[in-house]
Each structure stands twice: as structure tokens, then as C-alpha cells.
Design a protein around this ligand. Sequence first.
Ligand code: ADP
Ligand code: MG
Length: 254
Amino acid sequence: MFLETKNLTKQFGGLVAVDDVDFSIVKGKIYAIIGPNGAGKSTFFNLISGLYASTSGKVIFKGNDITKLPPNKIAKLGMARTFQTTHLFEQATVLDNVIVGYRLRTKSNLMDAVFRTRRFKIEEQLCRDKAMEVLGFVGLTGVTDKLAANITQEEKKRVAFALALATDPEIVFLDEPAAGINPDETDGLAELMEKMVRRGITVCLIEHKMQMIMKLADKIMVLNYGKKIAEGTPKEIMNDQKVIEAYLGGSANA
Ligand code: ADP
Ligand code: MG
């Protein structure tokens, strides 16, 4: 298995935000996690990416037990993620945002940076090349020199993808990538995710936009009050009585 969680659990005081979740991911597919607000979706991502320590259970990635690894070590193994809200440096260019984000994750030694050694200069050029490459991949070649403050919401979403892709991940976890954008833009992001998969990247996203999910996902997991209540193909999920009751509000056409 490419990535697996086993009995993964996170408690915050008396609240069980993620409750005994078994989940497995096969390489090269698109997975979606859905569920009502507060169901534990983002917490689940935070556990997998090492941001939160689990209360119990395990995360296995490419055969490595990564349960107790810090986020930077997990990233090095080939995992990247985006957050529900992307914080960009608004007064810096799009290109500089991606360069800085990339460098934060690959870290040039601070003294090197101060003295601008040869290695630093080479690395700077590599970071720049990498940033241009991923910005091209996400379709932002035309806005690399704009200030982040002056780009659209949809372009900001694409910058978040670029930041995740800069580290050459094998798998990306996207937390509500299409929140707050219009249907046309949502289609554009869906296409971008398909392009990522064609490039060999496995995608797992949290999303509320059911139409998008139904078209895009190979497999869906439904969380409710931290528990996995269903898992299956979009068609199976649409027809699952538990899901309809918990999430789709009693209407199969929701
Ligand atoms: P979702 O992403 O599905 O909307 P979250 O994973 O953000 O849900 O939250 C699940 C539950 O865990 C919520 O009740 C939330 O308030 C709680 N929670 C999330 N993060 C924390 C935290 N750092 N401390 C305390 N409670 C948290
Ligand atoms: Mg969330």
C-alpha cells in the first residue's frame, strides 16, 4: 500500500476529532474526503502530514512508519499538502512567494544566505528555476511578476498548488482547494488535479463541491464526527443510506 492509516485517532480533551480511522491509498489515483463541518477532515490531514501528534494509531507511507515523524521529514519522503487558507506574502511577487516557500522547505543554511556563498547562488538559481517550472505547470506563467495582493482568488489557489508541487511530491493532500471560487474556476482546478495525476502524483483532497468530487474522485471516504462512515466509488457514496442521512441532508440529489 502506498499510504495507509491504521486506527488513526486524535483527541482534543474530551473531543475525539478523528476516531479510529483506517484508510488506504493506492498510487496514481484521486481520493476525496467529504463530511460535514467539524467532521475531522482537516485534523486527519494534520495527522498524516505530521502537524499533529496522533493520540493512537499509525500512519504508514511507502512502508515507513511516519506516525511520529515531524512534518519536514515527512515532506522529504515525498508528501506535500495545502491548507484551507493560503497565506501569501501579499507585497511580494508570485514568483518570490513560491521561491520563499520552496526555500523554507529545502532550507539553505542561514550563514550561507548571509555571506552569499557560491553554493547559495547556485541554490538560488535552482529555486528560481523550480519556482518558474511549477508556476508554469499550474498555469501561472503570466502572473509571476505580479504582487500576490493583485492576483485573483483562483490564481491564489493555483499558487497554493505550486507551493505544494515545488518539493516534487509523490502525493499531495489538498484541503478544500476549490473553496470560494466559481464553477468555471472549479473546473479549471479539477483539470489541474487530473494533470497532476497524469504526471504520476497521487491526489487526496477534502472538498465540499459534490459535483466536482463525483466527476473527479476514484474513491471517496466520508467522515462524520471523526468516524469513517462510508468509503467507495462516487456512485456507491451517492447511494449510501448512511451518507445520505448524515451528509447529503436526506436527499439523494443533493
Ligand atoms: P473539518 O475539517 O472536517 O471541518 P476539523 O478537523 O477542522 O474539521 O475539526 C474537527 C474537530 O476538531 C472540530 O470539532 C474542531 O473544533 C476540533 N479541533 C480541530 N483542531 C483543533 C485543535 N487544534 N484544538 C482543539 N480542537 C480542535
Ligand atoms: Mg477543515
